[in-house]
Write a protein that binds this ligand. Sequence first.
Ligand code: AMP
Length: 416
Amino acid sequence: MSFSSLGLHNKLLAVLDSLGYAAPTPIQLAAIPPVLAGHDVMAGAQTGTGKTAAFALPLIQRHLERENANSAIRVLVLTPTRELARQVHQSFVKYSEGLGMRSVVAYGGASINPQIDALHDGCDVLVATPGRLLELVIKAMIDVTSIETLVLDEADRMLDMGFITDIRRILKRLPETRQTLFFSATFNDDVFALSKTILQQPKLIEVAERNSAATKIEQQFFEVDKSRKAALVAYLIGAKNWQQVLIFTRTKQAVDVLAKELEKDGISTAAVHGDKSQGARDRGLEAFKAGRVRVLVATDVAARGLDITQLQYVINFELPYNAEDYIHRIGRTGRAGQAGLAVSLVSRKEKYLLDDIEKLIGGTVSLQWMQGFEPGLHEQDEVTSSKRKPSKKALRAKALGNGSKNKPSAGRARRR
Ligand code: AMP
């Protein structure tokens, strides 16, 4: 199936040709016709599947077909994070190059005035995070009455991040007659509840099994002591000569600590998290994208929307508390059909988090030990500062010198 068979405008076909997009991805095949026809759409699509073009292309086509092309905000795209907002905006710019469509991006944590100036220069598509959009509406800086299409991108993440109140306040101000496109990587009761209240007779589209990881991503899980994780990361990257590795930690503090340790090991590393200024975050992401640093350590939110087609390696330094974050994290690799490897480091205390991940990916996870990094008999850091005494059994085993007697051999796959 080709893009031209989807009825796309010749000018759009020329842009796609110049980008080297030979054929539509499954989500594009499924979503472009109903979006073009003006239907509401509810799509289960993961990041990396080409979902941005799935909604951007038909919306640009509508712009091209509009005869009276006075500038007004006709498309509003809401995204959970500023990084994703910028990425979606850049996609609109890329796909509509030379087609006279103006996209503006607005997000919090950055000065509002340049964003207002850009809006006043003319805006057909506004890509925004919910908080900043609301601010613009409340301050009467934008007119949202001309909006014809609302896109909720990564709706699941918006709910996770507590944007439901903002979204409801925004919805009250939008025209009731509109097209609504709802994209979510994962679905749960909250996501369904929101979709029911805002979609009208939507076309349901699902291109990959719901809540599943993109199929080309190989997933490995290593059980390792918490105190040995940084060394294992440095080993994996160094010994295997991995370039461009994205590492997730749960907290901002852990980002900084790990980034410092990797730098000490001679691995060039950038760190991004919510406590860094927007400028510092942008510089870190850019350096990583451009290959000037080998590793990017990030929290979940900071890495949201990061799109590097060639990214091959993702490491979960710590498992996320929310299993759906696992899907989002590993979805940073394996993009646009490329192969990817996602390695998760699991300490003893994190093992319970694997149950939810298994449920979500619909399979069992095989925990392995990496030679030289096998979990120790006494995990001092995990036993915590209580200075709990080793058990008699452990002491006896140590005294007999057979502490590792019952361990599986290094590197061997092992069920928990
Ligand atoms: P997305 O899921 O929208 O974040 O897109 C993931 C990546 O796939 C981006 O780098 C896009 O530029 C790329 N992409 C989207 N559609 C196509 C296509 N039809 N052919 C090749 N690459 C694509």
